[in-house]
Design a protein around this ligand. Sequence first.
Ligand SMILES: Cc1cc2nc3c(=O)[nH]c(=O)nc-3n(C[C@H](O)[C@H](O)[C@H](O)COP(=O)(O)O)c2cc1C
Ligand code: SF4
Length: 1534
Amino acid sequence: MGSISTAGEAVARIAYLSSDVVVSVQPSLASDSEYSSCLHALGKDKGESLVAKAQPEVTPVRQNADPLLSVFQSVRAGKLTSVTATSSILVKSIPHLYKLAQYPVVIHVSVQPTGFPDFSDITSIRQCGFTFLQSETLQQSQDIALTAHALAIKTGKGVIHFFDSGAIAMSKHISHEDKDLVKRVLDLDAAAAIQHTKSEEKTLYADDGRTATLSVARSQATATKGAPAAPITSPPTPGPDRLSTRASSSGSSHRESSTASGQSVSSATTVESLASKPVSSDDIYRFATQIWASIKEATGRSYDAFEYTGPANAEAAIFLFGADTAIFAGEIDTADESEAYTKAGVITARLYRPWLGASLAPQLPQTIRKIAVLEQVRRKTTKWGPLLMDLLMSLKSSGGASPTVVGYQLGYISDKTVQQALRGVFQNLLSESPVQNLQIGNLEGPSADEKPAKLQQPALENAYMKVLDQVFGDRLHIANQLHSENTGISNEISSSPEYGFGSLLARKEHRLRFVDEVRTASKSKDFVTNAPLEWLSKWAIDAENGDKANSLAPEVISRLSTDGSSAAGKLLSSKQLFFRESPWLIGSDAWAYDLGNSGVHHVLASGENINMLIVDSTPYSERAAADAARRKKDIGLYAMNFGNAYVSSVAVYSSYTQVLEAMIEADKFDGPSVVLAYLPYEKENDTPLTVLQETKKAVDLGYWPLYRWDPRGDEKGEPNFQLDSERIKKELEEFLRRDNYMSQVMKRHPEFSANLSGSYGTEVRQLQKRKAKDAYGKLLDGLAGDPMTVLFASDNGNAENLAKRLANRGKARGLKTMCIAMDDYPLEDFANEQNIVMITSTAGQGEFPQNGRTFWEAVRDSTDLDLATVNFAVFALGDSHYWPRKEDKIYYNKPGKDLHTRLITLGGTALTDCGLGDDQDPDAYQTGYAEWEPMLWQALGVDKVEGLPDEPPPITNEDIKIASNFLRGTIEEGLQDTSTGAIAASDQQLTKFHGTYMQDDRDLRDERKAQGLEPAYSFMIRCRLPGGVATPSQWLQMDAISTNLGNETMKLTTRQTFQFHGVVKGKLKPAMQAINKALMTTIAACGDINRNVMCSSLPQHSQYHSEVHAVSKRISDHLLPSTTAYHEIWLEDDETKEKRKVAGDAIVDHEPLYGPTYLPRKFKITIAIPPHNDTDVYAHDVGLIAIKGADGHLEGFNVLAGGGMGVTHNNKKTYPRTGSMFGYVPVDKAHLACEKIMLVQRDNGDRKNRKHARLKYTIDDMGVDVFRGTVEELLGFKFEEPKAFQFESNIDTFGWQKDENELNHFTFFIENGRIEDTADFPMKTGLIEIAKFCRDNGNNKAEFRLTGNQHLILSNVASDVLPQVKDLMQKYKLDATNFSGLRLSSSACVAFPTCGLAMAESERYLPELITKLEGTIEEAGLRQDSIVMRMTGCPNGCARPWLAEVAFVGKAYGAYNMYLGGGYHGNRLNKLYRSSIKEDEILDIMKPLIKQYAQERQQGERFGDFVIRAGYIKETTHGTNFHENTAEVESDEE
Ligand SMILES: Cc1cc2nc3c(=O)[nH]c(=O)nc-3n(C[C@H](O)[C@H](O)[C@H](O)COP(=O)(O)O)c2cc1C
Ligand code: SF4
C-alpha cells in the first residue's frame, strides 16, 4: 500500500477511482495543479476507475477558460464526473454551480491562497445548492473525498469538498485508502443507475428544470417528517416545477418542504408504487451518516456533521471555520491551567451545507455557556460572518437558554501568535458584555515580521458595495460614488442616479470611440512590430465581453508597450479603456417614492447597459407596522413591467450566493439591470440576530422574495423568472400570473390579446399587436369579401361604440372587418391596408382622445408612410359649441378633420368626405353619422345588400340591474380575480348600489399607458350616515380605515358623509367590513336608489336637532333596500360562507319597495331646519323643511320635490331644478311621503334615457299637480298648505356656539371637506387627538357632525372639558376660522385625480383661485362678506354649483363655464354667464365685478341678487328657463 503526503494527491486518487471523467482545472495547460501530477501518474499506470471499470477520462482545462462549462456535457451524458480545482474559480462559476448542484458531480477545492487561504470563496457560494464537506487533515482529505463521491452517487446531487492544503501539508503521511473500502462505500449499483440515464440534451446553458430526487415507496413519499423513508436510489429526474428547482437557500427553513404534501399517510394502498421526492437535507445527512459508519467500521475513524473535541464539562468553546485547527487545538491542549481557555472545547463543521443546525446542540456539552466563532474569511463583505449567522440562528431556534455566541474575524495566526490570540478572544468572550466582530490575527496574512495578534474594531456595514467589489474587482465602476462609509444603510442617500447616469453615458461613448480606434489601428501599418495587430484585433472582437476583454487587456498592453511606435503610444495613453468596466449606480429605497422622477425611470427608459443596485434598509416589522408599502412603489415590478430590464431581488443575509449570481447576471445582461438588495437596519448597532431575523421574516413571508427576472431568458431556453425563495408577494404573483396567462391566452385566442396587452410591458405589447393582428388576418383569410379595418379613438365611448357597430354592420355586408383602438394598431401595416375607416371623437381643446394620440403623432410625423394603395374614410365626433368663441371654431372636430387631410397628403384615397357628428344636432352625433354611413357602403360597393340581420340592442343599465340577481352580478368573482385591479363593466354599475365605485388615478393614466400598464384602478367608498352624525369612536375608526386601507385622506362630502378614495381592490372587502364594524354601512350610498338622507347640523339647539335627526334616520332605514347581496358579498367570512352558499342559489331576494330594477336613477332626500339651509333643501329629489311647533318641538315638514343638479354641457334637454313645493305633512307621515314620491318616480321615471331619468324630469313631464295627486292617492291623504318658514343662508356658522343645554359646539373650516395632514397643517392628526380625548374623557356625548358644506362640527362639548379641547384645537391649528368670507362660503367637488367624470380640476384648484381673488376682496372691503362660490369638475354638479351666487363648472382641462345669480340661501338657480373660460378670463371678469358690487350694492344686497339687478345676468325662475337668456352671444358663423 502506497503512501500519500499531500491533500492534492489523496484527493486526486479518490477522484480517479470514483469517476468516469475527471476535469482537471489547471493554471495553464502547461503548468500542473496540485492534483494533476497524481492524475497523470495514475493515467500512465493505466489505473482503472472503480465506477468506469476502465481508465477514466482526465480532461485538463485552463482555470481562466470557464472551466465548469465542460462539466455539463459529461454529466448530461450520464458520466460520473469530478473536478479538481482551486477556490479561485468558484465565484465566477456561480451560474453553473446552481445548475450542476442537481447532478452527482463532485468538485474538490483547495482553498487559496496557500499559506493563508480565504474561505470567503466557500461561504460566498454556500447557497448554490451543493452539499459542502470540509476536511482539515491529510487523513480527512482522503476520507472526506471518498465521502463526497459516495454522497454524490447516493443523493444524485453535487458535492463540494474543500480543504486548506497548506495547513494539511504539515500532517504525517498516510496510506492509500483500501480499494475494497472505496468500492463498498461508493454503492456501485447506484453509480451504474446514474450511468444509464442521460439527460435530454438542450442548449448547453439551458436549465432543464432538473431536481435531484429519490424514489421512495409512495406511502413514504408522504410520510411525516421524522419517519425515515427507505429510499430506493434512482437517478434524478427532471423536476416538474420550473419555479422551484432551487435547492435550499437556508438549510433549516427548507428541510420541512419535502414532506409537505396533502396526502394522508394512512391511505390504504395494497400495491405500493414508487414515487419520487426531492432530496432533502435530512436525506443527505442520513446518507452521510451511513457512509461514515462504513468508514468507521473499516478504519475506526469517525466523522459527523459537527465535531466537538474537549472536556465534557466545558463552559466555553471556539467554533473554528477555515482556521488551522491543529494550531488552536494544540495550544488549548497544552495550555497552562491559568489560561482562561484551558478547558475550552473546539467545534468544527464537517458537513457545512446543508447546515444541520439542529444536530449541533445535542453534540455539545450542556455546560457550554459561551461560544466564540472564529472565521477565517478574509474578504469580509457582510458585517457579521456567515458562520456566526448560521450558528446564531440554529442555537436560537433549538430553544432553551442558548449559549452566547460571539463572532471574530480571524486573520493569520501561527503557533507563535496563537496564545496571544486566544487570550484576546477569551478575555472578550468571558467579559460581561462581549463585543461582536473583533478582528484577531494579522489580516494581511503571514508577513516577515510577525506582529502579535491584536484585536480591532471593524468599520460599519456596507455589505453590498463590498460584494460588488468581490465580484467585479478592478472592473467595478460606481458612477455615483458616494464616498460614504455606510452606503446601503442610510435612508438619506437619495442622491439621484441621473447624476451618475449622465457620466456613464459619456463614459460609454468614450469607450465606443476607443474600440473604433483600436479596430482601425488593428488594420493599419503604423506599428513597428507585428504583434500588436493580432492582439488588437482579437481584443476588438471581444471588447464588450467583460471577462474576455479584461483577460486580453494585459496582453494587448504588453504588446503595445514593447512596440514603441507613436500609434502604440497613443493607444496606451488610454490604456484603462482596454478593460471593460461593470458600470453601477448605487441608491437607496428612497428612489422608490418617486419612481417617475427618481431617475430609475430614465435609466430603464434609456435601454442602456447600466446596472442599478438599490438597497432597501427598512426592517420588515417596522414597515409592516407603517404599511408603507402603499406609498413606496415596487421598483422591481415597475422595472419588470418595462419589459427590457433584468431585475433581481436579493438579500445578503438570506442567500449570499444568490446576491453574487444576480450581480453577475446583471452585469452580463445587455440592457438596464436592477438589483434590489435588502439589508434591514433600524439602527447602526442592531444586533446580528435582529438583522438576520428581520431578513428571514421578510424573505420567508414573501415580503421580500428572492428572485431573478431575465426578460430574455426564453431566448436562451431558460425560464424568465427564477424564484430563489419560497414565497412571493401578491403583486409579484399577479405579474407572473398575468405574464403566464397572457402567453396562454395568446396561444388559444390570438384575437384577444390586443385588449389584454393593456396591462403588460411595452415591448411585449408591440409584439402582441403584431401577433394578434396577423392571427386575425389568417382567421379572415378563409372568408369572402373585401377587408375593412376600423380604428377608433374615444374617451367616453361614443366613438368606440360607433366603430364597433360599424364593423359589425360591415361584417353583415360581407366585409372582412376588424376593429381596434388606434393606439393598438401596428402602424407598419397601414400602407398595406385596402380599406381603412377611422372614427375619432374630440377631446380637450381639439385634441385626440387618449387612445389615439400616439397613433396620430406617428401618422402626423411620418415621412415614409406611403398610402398610395389605401382607401380610407374618417368620421369625427365633436361639439360645435364646445368652444363657443368665434376664434375657437377651429377646435370643432379638429382631430377628424386633421386626420382626413393628413391621409390625403400621404397619398390615400378618400372613400367619402370627412363625416362630422355634432353634439348640437337634434340626435347629437347620430344625425351626421346617419348621413355618412350610407356613403361609405356605397363607396365600398356593399350598399345594396339585402336581408341584413337585426342588430342586438345595446345593453343598458336596466338590463344590468335585472340580470344582477338583486345586485349580485359577478362582483364576488371579480373581487377574487387578482390579475387585474379592475372589475367587470357591468359590476361597476352594480357596486354603486353597495356604496363603492371604481375609479382610476387620472394623474397616472398617461404614464401607465406608456408603460403598457393598466390604469391605476382603485375604489371610492361612500358611507351611509343619516344626518352626518358620528361618535368620536366612529371618527377614529373612519380615520383608521382611510389610513390603513385608503389613500390616507378622507373626504367629508356635500351630502354629509365620509368618502374614502384610493382603496385598491384587494382592500375593498376589509374596508367594507371595517366600516360595518364601526356600525356604519355603505349600502345604497350610491346607485339608482335612495341614498344617504341629510339633515341640518344645527349646533344651537341640541334637543330640536336630535328630534329632526331621528326623522332622517327613520327615512333612511325605511327606504333601505332589502337585498341580502350586500351582506353576502362584503360581510361574510370567506370560510363560513361555504356553508351558507350550499343553499345560496335558492335564496330569492325580494325588494318590496324597489322591485328588481330599483329606481330609474339616483334619489336624494334632505332635511333643512330653518333658518339654516345648509343642506340645500331645494337641490334634492325630496327636500323636507322642518317646522317647529309652538311647544318648541318638531311638528312636521313642508315637502319639496323635484330638485336636482346633474346636467350635460350643451344639452338643453338637461337642466338643474329646484324642488317644487308639495305642501305640509306631520312628523309621523314624513317617511311615508318620501316613500310614495319615490314609488311614483319608480313607476313613471324614464328608464330609457338616463339623462332624462331623474325625478325632476318626471315631475315636469307629468306636471307638478298630476304628480302630487298621484302621490296623494298612494298616501291616502293630501298634503296640507305649507307652513311659514324663513331661510337666511345656506352656509355654515364657524367657530364656537352654545346650545340651550350649555353644551358647546365648534364648527371647523375644512377646506372642501378634505381631511388630511400636510406639512404645516396636521389637521388629520389633530382631529384624531380630539376624538381620542372625547372618547377617553367621559365626554361621550360629544359628536362629530358633518355639514352639507363639507365642514365639520364638534358638538356637545361639556364646559368642564372645554379648556382642554380648546388647547388641543390650538395645538393643531384647528381653531382657525379667520378666513375670508368668500373662502368660508366656498365649496368644491372632488374631480381630479379620482373622479372619472371630471373634465377639469376642482378641489385642487378652487382654493388657489380664491387666493387670487382675495386681494381684490380685501381692497373692496369685502373680507367679512359671504359670497357663495362653488366649483365642480363637470356638470354632474356634486357640489351643487347651480345654486351658488357664482359658480365654475369644468368644461375641459383648465376651462370652465361661469354661472352667476344664484340665490344666497340656495333658493334660486344661477345662469350661464361665460363658456369655456380660463383663469385669466375668470380673474378679468371677477375682479371688477367684486369692486363694483362693493361700491354699488344696496343695503343687505347679496352678490347673487346684485348681478341680476346690475344686468349681468337674467334671473332664472325655474329649471326649464335655465338655458334661456344666457348672457353670452354666440356666433354661429363657421
Ligand atoms: C372634455 C371635453 C372636451 C371636448 N372638446 C371638444 C372640442 O374641442 N371640439 C369638439 O368638436 N368637441 C369636443 N368635445 C365633444 C366630444 O368630442 C363629443 O362629446 C364626443 O361625442 C365624445 O365622444 P367619446 O365618448 O367617444 O369621447 C369635448 C368633450 C369633452 C367631454
Ligand atoms: S361634479 Fe363631476 S367632477 Fe365633480 S365629483 Fe361630481 S362627477 Fe366628479
